[in-house]
Structure formats: C-alpha cells, structure tokens
Design a protein around this ligand. Structure first.
Ligand code: NAD
Length: 498
C-alpha cells in the first residue's frame, strides 16, 4: 500500500542513508489511525556511523567564527519560515495537532529560537571575560563547545523540541545526533535537509530513528559529551543516570503536574481563559499544563458556570479545518492511558465529573477510528486523588477548592514535580508574593503557556535539570576555560631558596 509520505531513512554526513537493520516501524496519523510512512530503524552500527560523522564535523564547525555560524542559522530560520505550512502539515498529520496550532506556533517558535541564538552569537554572546588581578596579571575566560551532543525528543512538540535543542547546540559550536520520538519522527529528516541547504557542514546535524533502545545506545555512547533529553520523569531518571555514569553533561526537560492558583480577586474571565489554555491547548499534551486548578471556594459557582460555557468553544474536527482547535491524542497507547485516568477519576478517586468523560467526542465519520477524547473537568477534587497527583498529559482538568491563599500555595507545592506554576490576581503585591512562594522553574502571572525564545525554561525538583532558551540556555552547551596570565617575569615559588 502506498503511504502519504515516502520512507524515512537516517540522515548523517549531510545526506540520507538506508538503515542497516533492515527493520522499520510505521508512524500513524492519530486523527484517523492510519499509517503515514515507514521509518527505518537505526542499528547500533548506524548510530556509531552517525556519531563518527558528528565527531568529524566538530573541528570545522567549532572553529567556524560565530558570525559565520550565525549566518547559517539565520538562513535555516528563513527556510523554516518559508516552508512553514508544508512543515506544519507534517506536524499536524504526525502529532494530531490542529493545523491552526502547528501553522502558527510549532514551526515559528522553533525558528524564533534559531534566530535568537544566531543574533546572540553574532553579537558577541560567546565572548568570555577578562579580570585584571594585578598590574601584570589577569584571568581570561573562554566559552568552549562540548563536542558531539545527543538530542532526544518527545512527541508533543516534535520540530519545536528539535529546534530548541539543535539551535543552542549548534550556535555554541557543537555537533548533534538527534533522535525524534518514535511516535512523531517525520520532521527529523526535513529539518536535517533544511540545515544542509542553509550551509551547515555535513555531519554537524544528524538524525537517527528508533525507540527507547536506540535512544539508550546513543545517550550512553562514549563519544557523546552531553545529553539533552525531553520526555517523562521516569525515562529522564534513567537517561540522567546513564549520563552521570560517564560524566556527561545533561539537560533534562521532564513532566509536570503544575498548579494554577486563582486568587479571590482574580478577573473571572481571565482566570477561566487561563485554565482552559492550561488544560486543553494541544489537547492537554503540553508539559507545562496547569492541571491542578486552585479556585477559592467562594468563586465555585461562577467559575464552573463560565467554564462550562467556554468548554463549548473547544472544537474537535477535521485537523485542517480553520474552525478546529482541538485534535486527537497523539497515539493509541497514549489514548488508552488518558482514558484509563479518566475512568480512574470517576470510578476509584470518586471525583465529581463536571463535563467530558471517557467516551469519544462527536467527530465526522472518517475520523471516528482516531484517538479522540473529550475535554474533561473533575471538580471538588482533593490532593490525594491519583488524577490530581500524577501527570495525565491529556485534556483533564482537576479543580481544587481552597479557603485561604496561603493554604492554596502550600497545597500547590505539595508535589515532587516543579515544572510550571501560575497565579491569577489583580493585586500586584499578591501576584509577586504567590509567585515567589511557588516551587517551579516556569511561572506566569495572569497568563498561561507562552514560552518565547528569550525566556529560559526548565523544571525544578523531579521536573528536570537545567534550562533551555534565553541567555542561560546556551550556557548548558558550553564549558568554561579560565586562564591566569602572569607577566611579572618571576614565578612565586615556595621552593626558590633554602
Ligand atoms: P518518553 O520519556 O516516553 O520518551 C521521550 C524520548 O525518550 C523518546 O524519544 C523515547 O524514544 C526516548 N527514550 C525512551 N527510553 C529511553 C532510554 N532508556 N534512553 C534514551 N532515550 C529513551 O516521553 P514521551 O511520552 O515521548 O513524552 C511525554 C513526556 O515529555 C511528558 O511527561 C511531558 O511532560 C514531557 N515533556 C517535557 C517537556 C519539557 O520541556 N519539560 C516538553 C515536552 C514534553
């Protein structure tokens, strides 16, 4: 049967190569549960070859002056923008996200990060510092790239994740072997081709395909200097452990169960809009989702009424329809997981189902085999429920009522995770006091979800290690060299005389 996209091979040394494993898997369109393309799986020998290609490219790329590297990254960003809709279509078919999202967010926010780091290094951002110690002695520092780095992606923002990793990695002068998620691999080769067309030397960005075993082999390879991982906490712990075993640098962007605190004085309209975006955007498959919504008990009736009215604006449907703003879940296995959490919420946690549930929403006939779920809200939840404690990674909101803001903050922090948090209030002092107390690396006041290139993002506690984006993001791809120069002509020595 002919599939919508040609077979994806591996990409190294500036071109596509057939995998030597002879094995493939299929990537599936989650809206219809039909295959999109065959993907060749990398054998260990292929991974070794891709790493050798990246290692060979490292001296040339790391010695390319930052201003020349910046030019290539700018060209890649321009190509991404030119091909926005073609790439967004790939992302929509592969991940199930509505085209209204992928065409306005996924490619654009990746290209923004390329541009941000191109500007940063082109403007001297990789310069070190000089510190005068004495008249004839000083210390200077250099920011030195690490070498060959591994990038491992999750399936929810495929090309955006690939760009957030590769932009900073390449800007810093490193080379990369990237493995996309096995659920959304289509973008990998497209991105590699764009980098090549933009002028990146062969071997500087390489793509291999496969599941966790391929990722594990890549990330534990002795040539790899750094692992940048996005995925679940449990996988991140394994990957970080393997990296620590050979003293590799590691950045871990992991899951969350983030709290959104609505204060008693909050604007109701904004708070409900924020809670909707924090739970239903991308069908709830956003790592920073604010799935624990803390609402003052006094606001219960008004909050639930407005939320139920606004839920009518969630529109599942054909993914390329301009009206559609809600796609299916990304895979059959993830669909089973989310639906089982919804059932657990009803049957075992005994939470009150305000709307939604485990049944599929109404969609046209040709989409009914897809992995569709309804936007679901549980209310009157308590902190010990499983749906409140564990990351579901689907469109499932839990509303938790509270009596005092201090109580809400305490309960919001009672989790092992610390990715994101937010507050809705009109009181300036309260906004900053609450944000200051919330234990999370990414926080918002009176908004939710925006993550621009300038903003360093990363989780606290078990939600991660290090940050991506912003000025701090590039530091994670560099090592420091400090040099002390003494021009006095005499070495101070305790061994100079008897
Ligand atoms: P996952 O952990 O199942 O897989 C992520 C990637 O790791 C995949 O490419 C997978 O093949 C690979 N992998 C699996 N086992 C591996 C191993 N032992 N060694 C190396 N690689 C291995 O995660 P997922 O289900 O694809 O993604 C969803 C998760 O990602 C959610 O928890 C979400 O919160 C998180 N996420 C976090 C961020 C962030 O920035 N913090 C962003 C997006 C997604």
């Amino acid at each position: 049967m002919s599939l919508p996209y040609p077979t994806r091979q591996l990409y190294y040394n500036g071109q596509a190569h057939a995998a030597s494993s002879g094995k493939t898997f299929q990537t599936i369109n989650p809206a219809t549960a039909t295959p999109l393309a065959d993907i060749q799986i990398a054998a260990h020998a292929d991974i070794d070859t891709a790493i050798v290609a990246a290692d060979k490219a490292f001296p040339e790329w790391s010695n390319t002056p930052p201003i020349a590297r910046a030019r290539i990254l700018h060209k890649a960003a321009a190509l991404l923008r030119e091909r926005n809709d073609e790439i967004a279509k790939i992302e929509t078919l592969d991940s199930g996200k509505a085209f209204t999202e992928t065409s306005t967010v996924d490619v654009v926010t990746g290209a923004d990060v390329l541009e941000y780091y191109a500007n940063f290094i082109g403007g001297g951002g990789l310069n070190g510092e000089t510190t005068q110690l004495r008249e004839d002695a000083w210390v200077y520092t250099k920011k030195v790239p690490l070498g060959v780095c591994a990038g491992i992606g999750a399936w929810n923002y495929p090309i955006q994740i690939a760009l957030w990793k590769s932009a900073a990695c390449l800007a810093a002068g490193n080379t990369m072997v990237y493995k996309p998620s096995e659920y959304t691999p289509l973008h990998g080769q497209t991105l590699a081709e764009i980098y090549t067309e933009a002028g990146l030397p062969a071997g500087a960005f390489n793509v291999i395909n496969g599941a966790g075993d391929v990722g594990a082999y890549l990330t534990s390879h002795p040539t790899i200097a750094k692992v940048s991982f996005t995925g679940q906490v449990a996988t991140g712990m394994k990957v970080a452990g393997a990296a620590a075993g050979s003293m590799k640098y590691a950045t871990m962007e992991l899951g969350g169960k983030s709290p959104l605190v609505v204060c008693p004085d909050a604007d109701l309209e904004s708070a409900v809009d924020g809670a909707m975006m924090a739970n239903f955007y991308s069908t709830g498959q956003v790592c920073t989702n604010g799935t624990r919504v803390f609402v003052p008990r006094s606001m219960k009736a008004a909050f639930e009424k407005r939320l139920l009215e606004k839920i009518q604006h969630v529109r599942p449907g054909p993914l390329f329809d301009e009206a559609t703003n809600f796609g299916p879940l990304s895979s059959a296995i993830h669909y089973e997981k989310v639906v089982s959490y919804i059932r657990h919420g009803i049957e075992t946690d005994k939470a009150t189902l305000l709307c939604g549930g485990p049944e599929k929403p109404v969609v046209p006939k040709d989409l009914q085999a897809g992995f569709w779920v309804q936007p679901t809200v549980f209310t009157d939840c308590n902190d010990s429920m499983r749906i409140v404690k564990e990351e579901i990674f689907g469109p499932v909101m839990s509303i938790l009522y509270y009596d005092t803001v201090d109580e809400a903050v305490k309960r919001a922090n009672a989790t092992e995770l610390g990715l994101a948090a937010g507050v809705f209030t009109k009181d300036l002092n309260q906004a900053h006091r609450v944000i200051d107390q919330l234990q999370a690396g990414i926080t918002w006041v009176n908004t939710w979800g925006e993550s621009p290139a300038e903003m360093a993002v990363g989780g606290w506690k078990k939600s991660g290690l290090g940050v991506e984006n912003g000025r701090r993001g590039i530091e994670a791809w560099l090592q420091n060299k400090s040099t002390l120069v003494d021009m006095s002509g005499a070495v101070v020595s305790v061994f100079a005389k008897l």
